[in-house]
Design a binder for this molecule. Structure first.
Ligand code: PMP
Length: 457
């Protein structure tokens, strides 16, 4: 992308046109559902129509109308190094040019597994999958198979992919429908689930150790694992309370229950060792997705060797024609190498950018007198329009966050060259490719949107 492309964001909103996106969306109506392959990419998130993107490089993405944006979505977090990082691009080319799949073991699989072991505490063995959903499906079968117990604890507002057994209490809903926090109403998030899929899913509020203790004590010998995100990343960004993850570790040990950390979002982003390193907690199993494959579909789970060994010979069955994709693993190897270079400078840079963006956003909102909290951890952050002083769990989010105001705010930013998620339940992501200039442009755009105030309604 050259400098001469880099003009659209400076034009006033009236010249922001998305006619080509709109035309593609109309065309897609005959062959696709909601214009793409997931509801989160369609009108449910974007309003009238999604923006169709054409190409990207570093921190910038260009749509089919030629508008250029500073991209804070970063492919839902798949791109810790930014778009089209040269080392990743070269690795993908090399793999694609020498064969995509050999129906047998490959050395690159071993290389990436060794890197993950070296970076992530407690990972003794690794198994590759393709997506966060698949990896977490396999983990659930594994904890059940290994312990011989049927149930698991899943927290309110956490999302672990679209597998039936996890698909409870993952979306925001009206506070009055949630039930008492000691006994949350269990709500399926989809039609078409297996009729008994959620029978063994125990739903508990997060950031509340007493609630976990109660659930564990109530069902002795029935619970295989506590499954948690390390930082809540599907209700904006909600950090764990100090000592919470360590507390979960103590409780799970005391009750002889496994601890599973879903690092699909946080892995290789919050630090090279993920939440385990940051919060000094050691999970029995950990699952990775997004940030591992640098935009290619690569996921992995790993942990204690004695647990992973239960997969051997299909005892706990996990197959997959596409597991350990050679092209994907070439990308993952280049990605982990780049993230590890110079003592992890890339990760540190993303932290610095994320923190200055977070501070700048909060300052701009405060100056404008718009009640909001910008919550985040390092490179992950979200603007939560709320009167509350902090959002600490799912129930706070449901009661106090104005998601519609946020959507209008994010969509107004599109017109000023800033691309971020229009969903308040997701988050902004800083990458190694973002610059101080990206932050300044973004804050300028935010100040304009705040001055105009249309999103406030
Ligand atoms: N776990 C978490 C914490 C996630 O945020 C997601 C996706 N947003 C998943 C699992 C599922 O990953 P995927 O979309 O790759 O299936």
């Amino acid at each position: 992308m050259t400098e001469e492309h880099d003009v659209t964001h400076e034009k006033p909103e009236t010249t922001f046109r998305t006619d080509a996106s709109e035309a593609l969306f109309r065309r897609s109506g005959d062959s696709l559902v909601e214009g793409g392959s997931s509801p989160s990419r369609g009108p449910a998130t974007y309003g009238a129509h999604p923006i169709f993107m054409r190409e990207a490089s570093g921190s910038r993405v260009v749509d089919v109308d030629g508008n250029e944006y500073v991209d804070w979505m970063m492919a839902y977090g798949c791109l810790p190094l930014g778009h089209a990082h040269p080392a990743v691009t070269a690795a993908v080319r090399e793999a694609a040019g020498t064969g995509a799949h050999f129906a047998t073991a490959t050395e690159v699989e071993l290389d990436v597994a060794e890197r993950i072991r070296a970076l992530v505490p407690g990972v003794e063995k690794v198994r590759f999958a393709n997506t966060g959903t698949e990896s977490m499906m396999a983990v659930l079968r594994l904890v059940r198979g290994y312990t011989g117990r049927p149930r698991f604890i899943k927290f309110e507002g956490h999302y672990h992919g679209w597998y039936d057994d996890y698909l409870a209490n993952a979306h925001p809903r009206p506070p009055a429908s949630l039930g008492h926090r000691r006994d949350p109403v269990k709500v399926a998030e989809s039609s078409g689930l297996g009729r008994h899929a959620l029978d063994d899913t125990v739903v508990v509020p997060w950031n509340d150790l007493e609630a976990v203790e109660r659930a564990l004590a109530n069902q002795p010998g029935r619970i295989a694992a506590v499954v948690t995100e390390g930082i809540m990343a599907n209700m904006g960004v909600i950090p764990p309370e100090p000592g919470y993850l360590e507390g979960l570790r103590k409780l799970t040990r005391a009750h002889d229950v496994l601890l599973v950390l879903d690092e699909t979002v946080t892995g290789f982003r919050i630090g090279r060792g993920g939440c385990q390193a940051r919060y000094a907690v050691e999970a029995d199993l950990v699952s990775f997705g997004k940030g591992l494959g640098a935009g290619l579909p690569v996921a992995a789970f790993g942990g204690r060797a004695d647990i992973l060994e239960a997969l051997a010979w299909g005892g706990v069955l996990h197959y997959g024609t596409q597991n350990g994709s050679r092209i994907g693993l070439y990308a993952a190897r280049a990605n982990l190498e780049a993230l590890s270079a110079e003592g992890g400078a890339a990760v540190e840079h993303a932290w610095t950018i994320g923190e200055s963006l977070r501070d700048g956003l909060q300052e701009a909102l405060d100056e404008a007198g718009v009640p909001a909290r910008v919550q985040g951890v390092g490179p992950m952050l979200q603007v939560l329009f709320t009167e509350a002083d902090a959002i600490r769990d799912y129930r706070d989010y449901c009661a106090h966050v104005d998601a519609e105001r946020y959507r209008r705010f994010a969509l107004a930013l599109f017109g000023r060259g800033v691309y971020t998620t229009p969903s308040a339940a997701l988050h902004w992501m800083a990458s190694a490719a973002h610059t101080r200039e990206d932050v300044d442009r973004t804050l300028e755009a935010v100040r304009e949107v705040l001055r105009e105030g249309v999103f406030l309604k």
